[in-house]
Design a protein around this ligand. Sequence first.
Ligand SMILES: [Zn+2]
Length: 254
Amino acid sequence: MAKEVKKDPQDMSVEEKLKALYQLQTMLSEIDKIKTLRGELPLEVQDLEDEVAGLTTRIEKINREIADLKGDVAKKKNEITDAKASVDKYKDQLDNVRNNREYDVLSKEIEFQTLEIELCEKRIKEYNAAAAAKADEIAKSEALLDERRKDLDVKKSELDEIVAETKQEEEKLREKAKAVEATIEPRLLQAFKRIRKNSRNGLGIVYVQRDACGGCFNKIPPQRQLDIRMRKKIIVCEYCGRIMIDPELAGVEK
Ligand SMILES: [Zn+2]
């Protein structure tokens, strides 16, 4: 077969072109069958990988937020230390006041710093509560991540197994399909691929079955059937647009 297809696509007869297209379709359909065998697995693996990545990013983000909150707590603790030092200093000074005015100023300062300390303590409580809530969120996310990772492992090994089983076959088919594609003129190949893509069963070229199109099963007028049998023109179904050939050319016994 390989020897006789080494021909300039332009020099191919219509019959040869149709034969090549039908051969190509047989290979592409085989590849489709392999893909069907893999089914939704590649998509499921992709979804799980996305989810694992998403959860990992989320956990990292929450961890950074917790670190920020811890930094805020440390800052407030420093402020408390400073405020307490000020209170101690003012209390010492209270022992040596010379007049009421000085006493009032110092008392006000002490009151203010004490309020500051209370406010800082309140903030620390809030920050710690927020950090605890975030830690909770991380624990939940990590549990979910663990689950998804396990799912991913299972699906991935399922997919790997199927791919390993069918890889060689698929590669061989792809190579063969490529070789046949190279013999078909680009415009015809494009048209064929477009028809194939638009058809639900992936058939772009069909053979006549009981005087009807093998794709949509609409009846073909006798003259067109004759034209198809002549193999001199590329004839498409007027209903579904598929290329039609006679059963003998498709290698189907009549
Ligand atoms: Zn049709």
